[in-house]
Design a binder for this molecule. Structure first.
Ligand code: ADP
Ligand code: MG
Length: 267
């Protein structure tokens, strides 16, 4: 007789995140109005498929995903855990070669026109990236971490520091410049991560669950900053979130399920 699986209380599926709701109606009143959708395609995801080899078999994760992302859009991708959201973002970021299809960003075919090094350089120049957990260089202060992408781009330390400070001011953390990132709260760290993402002035921001570890207040601060960048500076934002209360702030809502787009709606 097969052994019966005993599901203990701890093992029972828990909701992935506590419900953190942001009052977007109140927030919307503090934000500039949404911009109209442009006709300029910045990222073209064309029939992307992705499978991972697992042991002897191959597990399909993305199926025939096609998306045209336009300049100035704020796209929120949601969907169940394991539906392929992060894998899709990684492919768009040039970090995960698709098994089929192509990703074209600003007319560059990431996996045909560029090699690994080229993709890294391209991403550094064109895309600001924020993940759920910020990866700090532990030996560096807040402002040095924010300056780091500019150092890589060859800017002098003085000019990098000035640009980094401007961005820290925009996320209201200038007074923490010379502290260590670990002294900051989770919400503050995510705002520093956003400053670091913006320091090279990319036109595109890709954020994978940037409010995933934050409470309502910190989530609101983070989303307000992203919305302002989108609405005042026409940054294309591509964000994955589980927080469905944030959906109205976006200009487009896309849902992924089992590696397929099952819903895609824009204002
Ligand atoms: P989501 O971000 O929507 O939660 P992911 O894109 O992280 O989903 O993962 C989708 C599926 O792909 C999951 O079943 C995950 O286990 C699988 N997966 C992701 N990365 C790999 C990998 N490197 N190797 C094998 N399977 C992977
Ligand atoms: Mg994910």
């Amino acid at each position: 007789m097969p052994k019966k699986k005993i599901i203990t209380h701890q093992k029972r599926a828990k909701p992935e995140l506590p419900l953190v709701a942001v009052d977007v109606v109140a927030l919307e009143k503090k934000l500039p109005p949404k911009a109209a959708r442009s006709h300029h395609v910045v990222i073209k995801v064309d029939k992307v498929g992705k499978s991972f080899p697992v042991g002897e078999s191959v597990v399909p994760v993305l199926h025939d995903v096609s998306l045209n992302l336009y300049s100035g859009e704020f796209v929120i991708i949601s969907g169940p855990s394991g539906s392929g959201k992060s894998t899709l973002l990684h492919s768009i970021l040039g970090l995960e070669p698709p098994s089929a299809g192509s990703v074209i960003m600003r007319d560059v075919d990431l996996y045909k026109d560029l090699d690994d090094q080229g993709r890294t350089r391209f991403r550094r120049e064109k895309v600001g990236v924020v993940f759920q957990q910020s990866n700090w260089i532990k030996s560096l202060s807040v402002i040095e971490n924010v300056s780091y992408p500019l150092w890589l781009a060859g800017e002098s330390a003085t000019s990098a520091r000035q640009t980094a400070l401007n961005w820290l001011e925009q996320v209201e953390l200038a007074e923490w410049a010379d502290h260590h990132p670990s002294e900051l709260s989770g919400g503050q760290q995510q705002r520093v991560a956003l400053a670091r993402a913006m320091v090279t002035d990319p036109g595109i921001i890709v954020a994978d669950e940037p409010t995933g570890n934050l409470d309502s207040e910190a989530s609101e601060d983070m989303i307000a900053l992203l919305a302002k960048l989108n609405r005042e500076q026409s940054k294309l934002i591509l964000m994955v979130t589980h927080n469905l209360s944030l959906l109205p702030i976006a200009t487009r809502r896309t849902v992924l399920k089992d590696g397929r787009i099952i819903y895609d709606q824009h204002d």
